[in-house]
Design a protein around this ligand. Structure first.
Ligand code: AMP
Ligand code: DBH
Length: 571
């Protein structure tokens, strides 16, 4: 049995919780209640469409019924309130079913990405003491069952592996549901209870887990829906992995379900897969990262598919260049909204009634009038209006601490509860935020976040390696890609760049973390006090060879060195 959420994760002080309730932000809803209400109000409306393997469409009544039966099956197998369950599913209907079943019994989904491999999954399972792991049989050419076997063998808490598809030695998810509603036996989660653990892109050797409650997350959905105009007629296409916070909640598939709309799951994000679905399913809204928005913009000109149902495309997760932003609306024939969000909470949107210049040049403003924003210098003092600085935030859907991470929380949050986003922003005259760069030691590879320390630790494990520094360099398409500078030990066998990449791949991490470029150097650039300077490494990086998409955005400026950069003793 788990320790309670109160000890696992810092929560809002009582005075703040009361304020957020009094303001009507937290309305005492839970995901289970929301689905049940929607099923009662309009049970025959389609909730989820899964176009792969023969089109499946579940109504709200069916989804609610399926979630109830699966929850009963999970309960019968001993999964209880507070238990953690690592969910690693691609964009398939079962994803939605599993998540609502876990919500129903108060077990916490831990949202792994389909790209995660042995290192990440092993960590999530052991760190959260997960009791179950839910996988597809194969996805994108990878057999998840073999990975599950390995992880299960070394994770004592892990009692169940549930497989969508052919189970192999594990349990087929389709064998789990049974009749009987577990809600009759338990009270179900309360609105202030944790609903799930999201992942942070992170800056450290291991990803941090983000504890979100029903109340706070549902508030962010309601706010997002209002801003984006999501209602029962919305047909939302999930093109990014459904487990990611952006397609889940901004406004995402959970926002669409909250509004009584329809969620269409897209198995692959490329225009060749997505455009036919937009046409067939009359998709009205979707969200994507900037590199994908570029692809869609370019492909739209020559497509035979009818994209005229599209009303709004949200772009975020990484900085969207102004030049690319200007091209989206004419190419796709719909509105653009920029979104700058984070799984820790705060989400900013440009607004439908913003002027065009604001939409193409800013990353919007917060959802809530109770989102508190501070823009401060390195010493923590507020900067002059319009100047750039570190973005700190606190509010009704921004966490007060990571899950089981008291040490890290001491530096990631201020004493008065503001989250240090690590982003460098400025505020324009009309109150919109512009992301200018970041101070955190993280690479944003087209929206996929890479913590250099995690990759450095793997490369440092090679006997020929004396030291390594992984940095982001400008890339026209991705915004940034990863470069590993490697210093070999004196007299060590020479090492090929491909061997370094292979080392990272064989460690079993998500493919997007494998360095794009490896360079061997004799020394890193030094700062005045003799520490490794990532800023120096970035500015010394070779320029991107370029492509047809216009000038590359500058690499993110490092305003303040992250603590990690102060290491000088790794030998
Ligand atoms: P995570 O904390 O892993 O959810 O990642 C959130 C981070 O992604 C933010 O703190 C930003 O660094 C980055 N990000 C998200 N949206 C944008 C955007 N529209 N422009 C620039 N950076 C973004
Ligand atoms: O990058 C993100 O994490 C992100 C981007 C846009 C996010 O979590 C969100 C919107 O909700």
């Amino acid at each position: 049995m788990s320790t309670g959420p109160r000890t696992d994760a810092p929560t809002w002080p009582v005075a703040f919780a009361e304020r957020y309730r009094a303001a009507g932000h937290w309305r005492g809803e839970t995901f289970t209640g929301v689905l049940r209400e929607r099923a009662a109000a309009h049970g025959d409306r389609v909730a989820v469409v899964d176009p792969a393997n023969g089109r499946r469409a579940w109504t709200y009544a069916e989804l609610d019924e399926r979630a109830a039966r699966l929850a009963a099956g999970f309960t019968a197998r001993g999964i209880c309130s507070g238990d953690r369950v690592v969910v690693q599913l691609p964009n398939v209907a079962e994803f939605v079913e599993v998540v609502f079943a876990l919500f129903r019994i108060g077990a916490l989904p831990v949202f792994a990405l389909p790209a995660h491999r042995e290192t990440e999954i092993g960590y999530f399972c052991s760190f959260t003491e997960a009791v179950a792991y839910v996988i597809p049989d194969r996805h994108a050419g990878f057999d998840h069952r073999a990975l599950a076997t390995t992880v299960r063998a070394r994770t004592p808490s892990l009692k169940h592996v549930f497989v969508v598809g052919e189970p192999g030695e594990h349990t087929a998810l389709s064998d789990v549901p049974c009749s009987g509603d577990p809600d009759r036996e338990t009270d179900g989660p309360a609105p202030h209870d944790l609903a799930f653990l999201q992942l942070s892109g992170g800056t450290t050797g291991v990803p941090k887990l983000i504890p979100r409650t029903h109340d706070d997350y549902i508030y962010s959905l309601r706010g997002s829906n209002e801003i984006c105009g999501v209602d029962e007629d919305t047909r939302f296409l999930v093109v990014l992995p459904a487990a990611h916070n952006f397609p889940m909640s901004s406004p995402g598939w959970l926002g669409a379900l909250y509004a009584g709309g329809t969620v269409v799951l897209c198995p692959r994000p490329d225009p060749g897969s997505a455009f036919p679905l937009v046409a067939q399913e009359h998709v009205t809204m979707t969200g994507m990262v900037p590199p994908l928005a570029l692809l869609w913009t370019e492909a739209a000109a020559g497509t035979a598919h009818d994209l005229s149902s599209l009303e709004l495309v949200l772009v975020g997760g990484a900085k969207y260049s102004e030049a690319a932003a200007r091209r989206l609306e004419p190419a796709l024939g719909c509105r653009l909204m920029q979104v700058f969000g984070m799984a820790e909470g705060l989400v900013n949107y440009t607004r439908l009634d913003d002027g065009h210049e604001t939409v193409v040049t800013t990353q919007g403003r917060p959802i809530s009038e109770d989102d508190e924003i501070r823009i401060v210098d390195d010493a923590g003092q507020e900067v002059a209006e319009g100047d750039f600085g570190h973005l700190l935030t606190r509010g009704p859907y921004t966490i007060r601490g990571y899950w089981r991470a008291p040490e890290h929380n001491r530096t990631a949050f201020t004493e008065d509860g503001f989250y240090r986003t690590g982003d460098i922003v400025r505020r324009t005259e009309n109150g919109s935020l512009v992301v200018e760069g970041r101070a955190k030691d993280q690479i944003n590879r087209g929206g996929e976040k890479v913590a250099p320390e995690e990759i450095e630790n793997i490369i440092l494990g090679h006997p020929s390696v004396h030291d390594v520094s992984v940095v982001g360099i400008a890339d026209t398409y991705l915004g940034e890609r990863t470069l590993a500078y490697v210093i070999l030990r004196a007299g060590a066998e020479p090492l090929a760049a491909v061997a370094v990449k292979r080392l990272v791949r064989e460690r079993g991490v998500a493919a997007y973390k494998i360095p794009d470029v490896v360079e061997f150097v004799d020394a890193f650039p030094q700062t005045g006090i003799g520490k490794v300077s990532k800023k120096g490494l970035r500015s010394g990086a070779a320029p991107d060879p370029g492509s047809a998409t216009g000038p590359a955005p500058a690499p993110a400026p490092v305003v303040a060195p992250a603590p990690h950069e102060a290491r000088s003793d790794r030998h």
